[in-house]
Write a new protein. Structure first.
Length: 234
């Protein structure tokens, strides 16, 4: 980025600082105003395609923070960003795919979310070798499926996430997959499976002396399953 005009870099840094401070509206405006005329008319206006793409992505991040997801999606899918993707490093590509995927997830575009999150997972696993990023990506794939009650898809993702967790020695992912799996089983009417899973989860949390609130949530979940079984018998 050495070839980029000093003023562009200064404006970008200022916008980024506003975003870090939680001033998302101001950050968005700062990114949008980044292309404004220079005060120093003698300074050359130089900007790379990568830098232009990064400005757009940062605008999308600010829109996400403002919960303006449709607008963020438009930017993520823009031709300008698409043209810049080949110039981004792997970490930036992961952030882009992860954020784009979560935007789609919020909007309920589960099929599209799955495709984008698969790319994020591939980058996290094969390029960055970062298990934590893999865990985060799997979590949000399952989260959005649960949020939008896509039970068949959620069950499939839980199975795959658990297998991934076993292969890569991620206890965290195995536990998360099991918990989301209970919700999938319930949604699919597999009450016995959901019940067995919930009992295992409650025992695990009690043995670990986990927060009472978490235990209570799962005990309530288990009670709700019992009520569903009673209704089905009637």
């Amino acid at each position: 980025m050495a070839a980029i005009s000093k003023t562009f870099i200064e404006r970008f840094d200022k916008a980024a600082a506003l975003a870090r401070d939680g001033k998302y509206e101001e950050a968005l405006k700062a990114y949008e105003d980044l292309h404004a005329p220079f005060e120093d008319q003698n300074q050359a206006r130089v900007m790379t395609g990568e830098f232009m793409g990064m400005i757009e992505i940062r605008k999308a991040y600010s829109l996400m923070d403002l919960k303006r997801y449709e607008e963020a999606r438009t930017i993520f899918e823009s031709k300008l960003v698409e043209a810049a993707l080949g110039q981004f490093n792997k970490a930036t590509l992961y952030d882009y795919s992860f954020s784009y995927g979560n935007t789609l997830g919020f909007l309920g575009a589960i099929r599209e979310m799955n495709e984008v999150m698969a790319k994020a997972l591939q980058i996290a696993f094969q390029e960055l070798d970062d298990l934590k990023l893999c865990e985060d990506t799997w979590y949000w794939r399952m989260y959005w499926a649960k949020e939008h009650q896509q039970w068949v898809y959620l069950e499939e993702q839980c199975i795959n996430a658990h297998k991934f967790g076993v292969r890569n020695k991620s206890i965290v992912l195995q536990i998360r997959a099991g918990e989301f799996g209970c919700h999938a089983y319930r949604g699919l009417g597999k009450i016995e499976k959901a019940t067995r899973g919930a009992k295992i989860i409650i025992k695990r949390y009690k043995d670990a002396k986990a927060d009472a609130k978490i235990i209570k949530e799962w005990e309530d979940f288990l009670l709700s399953l019992d009520k569903e079984k009673e209704v089905s018998r009637d």
